[in-house]
Design a protein around this ligand. Structure first.
Ligand code: FES
Ligand SMILES: [Fe+2]
Length: 338
């Protein structure tokens, strides 16, 4: 699937960006990120216009980023502000600058038409600002696959029983179906597994004695943000959607950044509403999820390899694909609009 360019994409965690140049590839564009002397995140095309040395091989100076070959210096807007041995700055001595934003511990880049960035909000989750919740940033994970199969995976609550039996899924409830709805750019796929033993992920933290009702709300904000609202409650009859706040609730957020057609980085983190004072819980949760993500990686990379062998081969559509089918439609509409 092609990339939607008019969108914010996570380039790195805020904590990983200093004044030192950081090379990254987003949507096929090679960029260099750095903090300017005021501490603001900046992103430029990673290529000096003089002899094309990547600017990521340069060094930070007070005025901006200095090329490592002959010292041309560029500020955060991409303008050249210094050239050794001359005072005149040629008008074409500039590089493309990407709009940046920084919020909730993430640095975002706008990869499309720059003038559209100002009116496009960066994704925000209210729980980031709620002291009753704890956040844990994961280790970004590189997948050798196109972003779209990964996006489909994040609209697919059923695969957990088959791919993640020890952590996120269970044999019981493998037959539970899904509901999916689209509202604007958001596709929500919901699945409840009722009156079953807690899955490994929740059993690990010892909050449940008997059977639980477990929800999976897979909320995908096209083109590339996945919010997985999952949790468990002691089992009881009746509809439980409104009772989720009383349960052990976790949001796993995935910000997918396509590197190129065949590679994607998943910037993921968790928010939780229980055991928030215990600093050991976040890393333990992350370790459990990393076990699961390694399983997803194996599946998705094998699918990518097979897809590349026979790109046009037909696939079979199932009822559990509802969410993924809706998401494909949203993204196709966005691509057509671009
Ligand atoms: S290549 Fe950058 S200044 Fe010469
Ligand atoms: Fe998975």
């Amino acid at each position: 699937m092609e990339f939607v360019r008019n969108a914010w994409y996570v380039a790195c965690w805020s904590r990983d960006l200093t004044t030192a140049p950081l090379a990254a590839t987003l949507l096929g564009d090679r960029v260099v990120l750095f903090r300017d002397s005021a501490g603001r995140a900046a992103a430029l095309e990673d290529r000096c216009p003089h002899r094309y040395l990547p600017l990521s091989m340069g060094r930070p100076v007070a005025a901006g980023l200095q090329c490592g070959y002959h010292g041309m210096t560029f500020d955060a807007t991409g303008a050249c502000v210094e050239i050794p041995g001359q005072t005149r700055i040629p008008p074409n001595a500039r590089v493309r600058a990407y709009p940046t934003a920084e919020s909730n511990g993430m640095v975002w880049l706008w990869m499309g038409a720059p003038e559209r960035a100002a009116t496009a909000p960066v994704y925000d989750q209210p729980e980031f600002h709620d002291p009753a919740w704890a956040v844990e940033y994961g280790t970004p994970l590189a997948y050798d696959c196109n972003y779209f199969p990964l996006a489909e995976n994040l609209c697919d609550p059923v695969h957990v029983n088959y791919v993640h039996p020890s952590t996120l899924g269970s044999a019981v409830g493998g037959e539970a179906g899904v509901e999916a709805v689209r509202e604007g750019d958001v596709v929500t796929t919901v699945r409840w597994t009722r009156d079953a033993p807690p899955i490994g992920f929740f059993a690990e933290f010892g909050l449940f004695e008997g059977n639980v009702d477990r929800w999976q709300y897979y909320i995908f904000h096209a083109p590339a943000t996945s919010v997985i609202d999952f949790g468990s409650l002691p089992a009881a009859p009746g509809a439980r959607d409104d009772a989720r706040g009383e349960g052990f609730r976790v949001y796993a957020l995935h910000f997918l950044t396509p590197v190129d057609e065949h590679r994607t980085i998943d910037f993921w983190l968790t928010l939780r509403n229980r055991l928030t004072d215990d600093d050991s819980i976040g890393p333990r949760m992350s370790a459990l999820l990393m076990t699961a993500f390694a399983e997803d990686k194996a599946v998705l990379e094998a699918i990518e390899a097979e897809t590349r062998r026979r790109p046009a081969a037909p696939t079979v559509r199932l009822a559990i694909d509802k969410g993924a089918t809706l998401l494909r439609r949203v993204i196709e509409e966005k691509l057509a609009a671009e």
